[in-house]
Each structure stands twice: as structure tokens, then as C-alpha cells.
Design a protein around this ligand. Sequence first.
Ligand code: GLA
Length: 380
Amino acid sequence: MRDVVTAAFESAFGPTPTYLTHAPGRVNLIGEHTDYNDGFVLPMAIGRGVWVAAHPRTDDQFRVHSVDYSDTISFSRDQLQDSTLPHWTSHVRGVWYLLAQQGMTLPTADIAIAGNVPIGAGLSSSAAIEISMIELGLALANQHMTQAQKALLGVEVEHKFMGMPSGVMDQMTSAASSEGHAILIDCRTLTTRPIHIPDGVSVIVIDTAKRRQLVGSAYVDRRRQCEEAAQIIGVSHLRDATIEQVEAYKNQLEDVRYRRARHIVTENARTLEAADALQKGDAVATGKLMNASHYSMRDDFEISWAEADLITEMARNTPGCFGARMTGGGFGGCCVALVSANAVEGFTEKITPLYQAETHLTPVIYAFQPAAGSRVIFKP
Ligand code: GLA
């Protein structure tokens, strides 16, 4: 991909780029919709992501080329907030606008963007663009930020320029992961703990080939229901509620908010337990928690979809699989399974035809190694 983005830069703009940055996508092992409830998540960065090649300019113009969209757009510094420009330019505009707001002086640039995270699959292609663009902006401004500051800035781009009120998990994972490890993130303090993925255990991502639908509005609804539940229980965030409190407030919460709160409170507990189990090398216990997480998302949080329910059940019934669940925001995209490394080949061979026969969809199955977080690959 490094060569793809460099070649794309050269054919769009002529000279060789002088800056190259990268940020990975992610898959979440457990801890879903807990991030904006100030809770815990256990994702890992994957060996797919976004690469950005650039060269600074001396005028007020940007020229941005997207390999995915086969498009090149020019705009000036005055147009950073111009939402009539194509949506895919929002990440670049947002990062430049917000870095300038923080008082940083940075030049405009010619920029080429290429990625290999499947879009709309729940693997955080958007966060990967934000974080790779932040790495570029900081390199051009010759400034430094902590991983948490980069993540929070990425979230601000998502909220203000993408119109998605997401939590901090995706950006934090993309910025702060380390190779070979998942990352337990406390989304309140943004402290992290690397969790080694045990040898002999593979993280398998299954793309159900069903793309996300209605994800924006359903996400906003879930977030609002969680905030209402926290308010009724009398805590600042559901992170602070216990299961006893959720039960005690069952009538006031009413059915939907009660089940949303129950998911968040139990999911936080499962995430902490899963991190400890994985750290001890206990894939069996981790897998059971992943299964429980899926059922909670299906029944209480109601973000699963039929194909995810089906393929995770097929996965659980396949030898060598410790557990499986849908991953990401929900309503389409990917599932994640923990599988014994020596059973991966048989797993794929068994699942694919079974799923095809029932759905007429072809799943795409990846074995991802936990990857490192974002970085500047080169700069002058
Ligand atoms: C999306 C959001 C994240 C998180 C997940 C659900 O990926 O971007 O912040 O809320 O959904 O866990």
C-alpha cells in the first residue's frame, strides 16, 4: 500500500512525496458501545489501514487525491469548513481546521490517500484516515501530541466534520496500539493496558458481506438511551452504575432503557474479565465472554443483524473456535472469532459453504495479527 499511495501521489501531482504516514484500522474483541459510556473496550489494531503521502505547499491551496474515490479535489484554506465539498475531503479539512484552532501553524499540502480497510465493514476506516491525517499535520507543523490527544482530536473531526457522535475507541486504538497486543482502554481516563494475544490463538474477522444500514440514526438513538438511563439512575455515565442499580430502577427505566443499561453494565464487566482471561492465556474463558457479549448485543442492545447471528452460531459450532461475536457499531459489517491457530484453515473451509448456502452471500474471512498503532513512515 505504501507503494500504491506513493505512485498515486506521483501520478496526481508530479514529484515524489516527502511525507508518508500510516494509521491502522481496528477490530474490537469485546466492549461494544461502552466507549461513550466512559467504560472499557478491548480492541486491537489490524494490518490494514490508511497511508497518506504528502508534500507541503507554499500557497493557500490544498490538492487532495483519493485512490479509493479516484478523485482529486482542490480547495483553499478559506474552504476548510465548506461542507459543499465532497464528503471524503472532510477528514483532511477537519484535521487542518482543528489543528489551526489549537494554535498550530502548518502549511497547506498536496496529499494522496490510499487505504485497504473495507469501507462500511465496522473496521474503522474513518478513524484510520483521521489518525493518519493527524500524524501528517503534526509532522508538517513539527509538533507533538500524546496518543490520547491525537485520539480526542480524531473524535472531534468525527463529531464536527463527519456528523457521527462516536466514542473514542477507534481513534485511540489506531493511535496507541502495540504490535502483538490487543489494547484495554479505559475510555474515561484514556489509560491503556496492552494485552498479549496468546500464542496459538488467532483472531479471525468474518465479513458477513452485509453492509451497514441506518447506522447513523441507530447509533444516535443508542447513545441517547444510554444517557437517559444514566440520568434516571443518577450517575454521570453508565460506567458508574452497578447491575443492582439497573435492577432497582427497572420500572423507571422502562423496557428499552433497562435493556440498554443492562448491556452496558454487563459488557463493561465482561470486557475487564476478558482482558484478564486473555492475559492469562485463557482463550476458553475469553471465548465464552465473547459469546455472552454477542447475545447481549442481540437481545438487549439490539444492534446485531440476522447474518451476524447466523455466522457467529456457525462459528461456535466449528471445532477450534473459542467464541464469536459481532464487532463494531452494529447493523452490518464484521464478526470476530477467537480460533485455535491450528484450526483456522478448517474453520474457513467449513463456514464459507454453510453461510453461502443459507444466505447466498460470500463471507470474507481474515486472520489478522495485532498490529502497531499510527506512525510517520518518513519525513524530511
Ligand atoms: C463505532 C464508534 C465507536 C464505538 C463503536 C461501538 O465504531 O465509532 O466509538 O462506539 O461503534 O462499540
